[in-house]
Design a protein around this ligand. Structure first.
Ligand code: ARG
Length: 459
C-alpha cells in the first residue's frame, strides 16, 4: 500500500478501507494528464525560484521517463498505489531520489485532481466533436444525393405529407450541429486552470498561476480557489450534452429499426452492421441500432448520478467527488463508441428509394395539397378540408389513391376540380412547391445543403 500521507497515523489502514478509498483502478485513465500537469507545475516552480533549474530538469526527465515506460508497457499501473497521483510521485522518487519529493511543493491532490479531470474532459470534448463532425459529413453526403428522393413524412407515425430523404436526414443534421455547438460552449466555459488553488485556500508560495494556465492551454487561472477544487459543473454539462447526443442517436436508431423492418423496408442495414439469430435462419437484426438506443440509458444514468452526488456537498473538496470519474469515463466511452458505430451503419445503409416513394404515394400524403388546390380556386380552407375528407373516404372504400380517381369522380364530389388537379397533387408538385427555407422543396434544400457544407468547412 503506497500512500502519500502516513505521517500522522499510528496504525495501518484497514485493507478493506484502503480498497474502498482507492481510485487507482479507474483514475489511471488519466496518467498522461497527471504527468502533463506536474510538468507545468514544476516549470512554474523553477521560474519562480522555488526549485532550481537542475531540480526542474531532473524532475521533468523523471516524469517523461515514467510516461514513456507506461506507454510501452514496461511500467504497470497497479493497485499497490492509492491513486494515479501517488503512483506518479512514488515512481518519480524511485527513479530520481529525494528531488522527486519536491514535486508536490505548493500543490494539493485537490487542485491536482481538479486539473487532471479538466484536462481529460477537454481532450475528450475534442474527440467527441470530431466524431459528431464525421457523422455530420456522412449525413450531408446522403442529403446531397437525395434531394429528389421522395418519402412520406410522418406525424404520430402516420403518413402525413411527402418529403424527401434529404429533408429527413437534414433534420438530424441540425440536431447534431447543435450538439457540436453545446460541446464547444462547454469547452469555452470550462477552460480555466485550477492548478495553484491548493487544497482549498491557495498556497503561501509565490506561484505564477497565469503561467501554468498558459502552459496548459487554458484561457487563464480560475478566480476562486474553493470553487476551483469543488467545481464539477463542466462534468454535469458534458454529461448533459452527451445525454442529448445519445437521445438524438436513439431517436434516429428507432427510425432505422422501423425502416429496416419487413413492414417498411425503407432501408437495408449492411451485413457488416447486422447480426443473425441463433435459431431463426432468416433473421438479420438491427442490433447496432438497438444497442445505441439501449445505451442511452447508461449515459442518462451518469448524469443523474453526478447531479445527485454533487447536490449535498459543502465547500470545498469532499471525497464524494471521486465518484465523478467512473461514470464520466463510461459515459464518454459509450457516446464515442455509439457515434463511431452509428456513423458506420448509416454510411453503409442502403436506402430503397422505390419503396420510399411508393409508400409516399399510398397514404394520402397529398391530401393537404388537394385541399390547397381548392383554396386556390376560391374555396374556404375549412370547406376544402371537408371535401378532401370525403375524397379520402371514397378512395378508402375503393382502395385507390387520390391520383387514381377519374375527373368525373372528383367532380361528383366538387365541381371545382379540373384536369389540372392531377398535376397539382403529384408527388413532384407537392414537394417542389414547398420552397420556403427549411422546407423539402429541392431549391430550398439545395440552399440549406450549401449553408451546411460551408458550416462543415469552417467549423
Ligand atoms: N482520488 C481523489 C479524487 O478522485 C483525488 C483527490 C484526493 N484528495 C483528498 N483530499 N483525498 O477525488
Amino acid at each position: 500500500m503506497a500512500q502519500l500521507w502516513g505521517g500522522r497515523f499510528t496504525k495501518e489502514t484497514d485493507k478493506l478501507v484502503y480498497n474502498f478509498n482507492a481510485s487507482i483502478s479507474f483514475d489511471q485513465k488519466f496518467y498522461k494528464q497527471d504527468i502533463k500537469g506536474s510538468m507545468a507545475h514544476v516549470r512554474m516552480l523553477a521560474k519562480q525560484g522555488i526549485l532550481t533549474e537542475e531540480e526542474r530538469d531532473e524532475i521533468l526527465e523523471g516524469l517523461g521517463s515514467i510516461q514513456l515506460d507506461v506507454e510501452c508497457g514496461k511500467l504497470k499501473i497497479t493497485s499497490e498505489y492509492e491513486d494515479i497521483h501517488s503512483f506518479v510521485e512514488a515512481n518519480l522518487i524511485d527513479r530520481i531520489g529525494d528531488v522527486g519529493k519536491k514535486l508536490h511543493t505548493g500543490r494539493s491532490r485537490n487542485d491536482q485532481v481538479a486539473l487532471d479531470m479538466k484536462l481529460y474532459v477537454r481532450d475528450e470534448i475534442t474527440e467527441l466533436d470530431d466524431l459528431v463532425k464525421k457523422l455530420l459529413k456522412t449525413l450531408l453526403s446522403i442529403m446531397e444525393e437525395n434531394v429528389h428522393t421522395f418519402m412520406p413524412g410522418f406525424t404520430h407515425l402516420q403518413k402525413a405529407q411527402p418529403i424527401t430523404l434529404a429533408h429527413h436526414m437534414g433534420a438530424y443534421f441540425e440536431m447534431f450541429k447543435r450538439d457540436r455547438g453545446r460541446l464547444a460552449d462547454i469547452y469555452r466555459r470550462m477552460n480555466t486552470c485550477p492548478l495553484g488553488s491548493g487544497a482549498l485556500a491557495g498556497t503561501t508560495y509565490p506561484l505564477d498561476r497565469e503561467y501554468t494556465a498558459e502552459l496548459l492551454g487554458f484561457d487563464g487561472p480560475t478566480l476562486n480557489s474553493m470553487d476551483s477544487v469543488s467545481d464539477r459543473d463542466y462534468v454535469i454539462e458534458l454529461l448533459s450534452a452527451l445525454s442529448t447526443i445519445m437521445m438524438h442517436l436513439s431517436r434516429f436508431s428507432e427510425e432505422i429499426i422501423i425502416w429496416n423492418s419487413n413492414e417498411y423496408r425503407f432501408v437495408e442495414i449492411d451485413d457488416a452492421y447486422s447480426t443473425g439469430s441463433s435459431i431463426m435462419p432468416q433473421k438479420k437484426n438491427p442490433d447496432i441500432a438497438e444497442l445505441v438506443r439501449g445505451k442511452t440509458g447508461r449515459v442518462y444514468g451518469a448524469l443523474m448520478s453526478i447531479l445527485t452526488t454533487m447536490k449535498g456537498i459543502p465547500l470545498a473538496y469532499n471525497k464524494d467527488m471521486q465518484e465523478d470519474k467512473e461514470l464520466t469515463f463510461d459515459a464518454i466511452d459509450t457516446a464515442k463508441g455509439c457515434l463511431a458505430l452509428f456513423t458506420g451503419m448509416v454510411g453503409t445503409m442502403k436506402f430503397r428509394k422505390d419503396v420510399m416513394e411508393n409508400s409516399a404515394k399510398n397514404g394520402f400524403t397529398n391530401a393537404t395539397d388537394a385541399a390547397d388546390y381548392l383554396v386556390n380556386h376560391g374555396v374556404p380552407f375549412r370547406d376544402a378540408h371537408g371535401i378532401v375528407g370525403r375524397l379520402v373516404l371514397y378512395c378508402l372504400e375503393k382502395n385507390i389513391a387520390l391520383d387514381d380517381m377519374s375527373l368525373e369522380e372528383y367532380q361528383a364530389i366538387s365541381p371545382v376540380f379540373q384536369e389540372d388537379i392531377y398535376e397539382a397533387i403529384s408527388m413532384k408538385t407537392c414537394v417542389e412547391k414547398r420552397v420556403t427555407i427549411g422546407a423539402p422543396g429541392p431549391d430550398a434544400m439545395e440552399q440549406v445543403i450549401a449553408l451546411n457544407r460551408k458550416y462543415l468547412e469552417e467549423n
